[in-house]
Design a protein around this ligand. Structure first.
Ligand code: SF4
Length: 362
């Protein structure tokens, strides 16, 4: 039987972080309940007989939901879908909104992976980007989560003001000491319409420049590889067998259903995007597009070259990438590595991936 992954979006946050461009917001109790009802209806309405191999509850801040609220959502899911017993089931959490009771509840609901939004372990840095936790709360959250879950991931942001590669390695070391198996390292992006963008314009905030950011990232990456982590995707590092199965499904273009405001689904080369505002979402409004053959090839190249799995040339249909004007140069310079029918981007050039990939597209 065909398999599928499921993503559920919980858009609520206690407060908006200064850099955040996600569809997340502070909601009152009434908005929250209205949304949760619409979400449960959508889960039921889009029922499929495909078997679910991974579930990911992300946000926003899913850990903002109390035990009963999360239990109701998971119950609707299990009542309506066939789910593998060993399905990977991840929930995202912020350090300031988890507690022992919630962790126990997640465990009882078959959650088996927790992703913690740590971002930094420097109190001044955390405050400067509007995070609600400090180092002490973050460490406590990691230790508490590890008490209940083997598979814990932590996020870090690279490029924050005054944060050196050495700082990032010391944060990673705190994670590793506590048995964290997966670390996601995201480059800071300053999006227009964020408070951080305004702060940068007024010179109140100075992110690292590109060269400093790349240097910090490389230092962190070397450190993690040295500690036995594999860089299995451009921003993601895992100990053996702890790669995120859910994210690997995205990167290998597996089908998935996304529930909630702004959530995306991908089924049989069709992309569906739910409405981005509460009102339209509740009415079930979405947009849909079918990918053209050119778009499919572009996606295969873009996703594959960002991952250790690379791009199998036989998947590129009519596009002969070996005839691309840049291809042979990239191979001879060692930027691209070709093994049999698969090409990989040399991790030493990951920081140039955007340019390299766009040069290789049809
Ligand atoms: S907790 Fe995450 S989703 Fe919420 S505002 Fe901060 S960065 Fe955005």
């Amino acid at each position: 039987m065909d398999e599928i992954s499921i993503y559920i979006h919980i858009p609520f946050c206690e407060r908006k972080c200064y850099y955040c461009a996600f569809n997340s917001f502070c909601a009152d109790e009434e908005q929250k309940q209205t949304y949760l009802n619409a979400l449960k209806n959508e889960i039921i309405r889009r029922k499929t007989d495909r078997i679910v191999k991974s579930i990911y509850i992300g946000g926003g801040t899913p850990s903002i939901l109390n035990s009963e609220e999360i239990e109701e959502i998971v119950k609707v899911l299990y009542d309506n879908y066939q789910i593998y017993d060993n399905a990977e089931f991840t929930i995202e959490a912020n350090p300031n909104s988890i507690n022992e009771d919630l962790l126990k509840k997640w465990k009882s609901l078959r959650v088996n992976r927790v992703s913690l939004g740590i971002q930094s372990l420097n109190d001044k840095t955390l405050k400067s980007i509007g995070r609600l936790h400090d180092k002490k709360t973050a460490i406590k959250a990691i230790e508490l989560t590890r008490k209940y879950f083997d598979n814990v991931s932590c996020d870090l942001i690279v490029g924050l003001e005054n944060e050196t590669g050495k700082d990032l390695c010391s944060y990673a070391s705190e994670f590793i000491k506590r048995g964290v198996k997966h670390i996601s390292c995201y480059l800071l992006e300053v999006y227009p319409n964020t408070l951080l963008f305004k702060m940068c314009q007024k010179n109140e905030y100075k992110p690292l420049n590109d060269a400093q950011t790349i240097q910090s990232f490389n230092k962190l990456s070397n450190y993690l590889v040295d500690k036995g982590f594999e860089r299995y995707e451009i921003s993601n590092f895992a100990l053996p067998s702890y790669e995120s199965k859910h994210n690997l499904n995205y990167w290998t273009r597996g089908d998935y259903l996304g529930f909630g405001i702004s959530a995306h689904s991908f089924i049989d080369e069709h992309r569906i995007e739910n409405a981005s505002n509460l009102h339209d979402y509740e009415k079930g409004i979405f947009t849909q597009e079918t990918l053209s053959s050119k778009e499919i090839v572009e996606e295969i190249i873009m996703l594959g070259l960002r991952c250790k799995i690379g791009v199998n040339l036989s998947n590129l249909k009519d596009y002969d990438i070996t005839k691309n004007v840049y291809f042979n140069d990239y191979i001879s310079q060692g930027i691209l590595i070709k093994k049999d029918d698969v090409i990989y981007l040399n991790p030493l050039y990951y920081h140039l991936s955007n340019t390299i990939i766009s040069n290789l597209l049809p």
